[in-house]
Design a protein. Structure first.
Length: 96
């Protein structure tokens, strides 16, 4: 689901910017990325179920420099505002 774009092979692999460094040998970046991808796909299905389009907001799998899986949400400001409003009107019980 997250790999639907034109550059799906590099989706979530950030090789630019100040936080990007060389990969450390022996760190399982791919395994962490795969776990993050599963979570990102689940979140993207939830976005779709809540009426969002993945062209306006979506979760993207990535890893950090330590090899930990990371899910980033990216979106248009108006879609993020709608999501914030949705979350504010549906408070959870604080359980993770």
């Amino acid at each position: 689901m997250t790999g639907a774009g034109e550059n799906w092979l590099s989706d979530g692999i950030d090789d630019s910017g100040p936080d990007c460094g060389l990969w450390v040998p022996g760190v399982d970046y791919v395994g962490a990325w795969r776990a993050a991808l599963e979570s990102a796909d689940r979140l993207n299905r939830a976005f779709l179920g809540a009426g969002f389009e993945l062209s306006e907001m979506r979760a993207v799998a990535s890893t950090n420099e330590d090899g930990r899986g990371v899910v980033r949400v990216t979106g248009w400001p108006d879609a993020v505002e709608r999501l914030a409003g949705f979350l504010e009107s549906h408070p959870g019980d604080g359980a993770a």
